[in-house]
Ligand binder design. Sequence first.
Ligand code: ZN
Length: 241
Amino acid sequence: MKKHYPRGIHKAIADGIGADDLNIRLAALDDPEHGLSEETVNATDVLIWWGHCAHGEVKDEIVNRVHKRVLEGMGLIVLHSGHFSKIFKALMGTSCSLKWRVAGEKERLWNIEPSHPISQGIGEYFELPHVEMYGERFDIPQDGRIIFISWFEGGEIFRSGVAFERGHGKVFYFRPGHETYPIFYDKNVLKVLGNAVRWARPLIYLANTATNVKPLEVIHSQDPNNVSVGAGIAQNAKGNG
Ligand code: ZN
C-alpha cells in the first residue's frame, strides 16, 4: 500500500479530485474520534469513506453520528472494501457480502447510465489494467440505481457503481480501490469520484424528529379516553410511533 500511497489513500484522493469548488479535509481512524467530531461531521456536505481490515475498530458512536447526518442530508460515498464498513451495512440493512479474488486481472466498467450526473465525462466504458475482483452476488438492496457494471477478465460481473437515497441523504457505492494497485490515480476513477461528490452534495439539511402535533381542524370523532395532547390526534403519547 505504501508503494502506491506513501501519504495514504485519502491524500491521493484529495489531490486527485481537488478543485476550486471543493474544500477538502482529511480524517483517519487514528485521529481523535476518527477525525469525525460532531462539529466536523456537521460541517461536512459529502463524506468519502474507504476502509478495509479495521472496520471493527470504528466506534459505534461515530458510526451513529455519521448515519444520523446522512439521514439529515449529508452525502456519503463508500469505496471498495468499504462495502463491509459499519456505516454502509447500517444504511443498506443487508449483509453487503460479495465474492472476491486478488489476481491482478483486468476490469472493464460499463457505464449503463450515461445521462446520470455521476457518469458525465465517462465514455461507454473504461478499463483498469490490474484490480482485485469483486463478484456477484453483492448483497445490497434493490432500490439503488446501477450506474456501472463491471466485467472481470476471470469471468465474473459486479454492480460497481450504485446510487442510493437514504432519508434526505444520497449514498454512492463505487467498487474500485484495492490498496495494492494505483487505482486512485486513474483519471476515470477520479472523474467519477468528483462527479459523485457534486451529485451527493445536499441542497438542504432536515432534522428528523418525532413531533406530537395538534390537529389543524377540530376532530369530531376524538376518543376522549385516548388523547395525548390537548386536542391532539396522536395516539403515541411520546411521539415515538
Ligand atoms: Zn481490496
